[in-house]
Write a protein of this length. Sequence first.
Length: 177
Amino acid sequence: MPHATIKNVLMTGPPGCGKTTVIRRVIERLADLRLAGFYTKEIRKQGERVGFEAVGLAGQAAMLAHAGFRSSHRVGRYGVDVGGFEAILQAELATAADSVDVFVIDEIGKMECLSRVFAEAVTRVLDSRVPVLATVAAKGGGFIAAVRCRPDVEVMTISANSRDKLAEELASWSRSR
């Protein structure tokens, strides 16, 4: 359970550890609250991951990255659709803090950080009075490292053992804010 004085919680861990699963379970448990933000969803073709979609909590969705997307912005084998992603950010993270109970961000990672709009929006919501529940890359310098080191942030590492109970703990923590 996050420390009572912390306003922002970041979950981290290796790819595939369940960060997005925990985020989605927390979103389900907080359905009666005013949430803003997004989660990511894998795009699969014939069982293989070929990309990622950003899904806004108000229902809008956009491709974040795809192996077949031609872009000068690349992370590994994926071309990143910065413009499409920024449309989700404008719809979700530009929401006024007084109309949101919790901001949800999945994830603060290399693909997302290719967008200057993303870094500005994340900084703004972390600085706001509204609690932020986010996932963050386990590794990374620059903005990723800066966010992880903020004094108003608690970083929690997800493991196979902790992820199932973590959703309930984080939902309770979010409600107590």
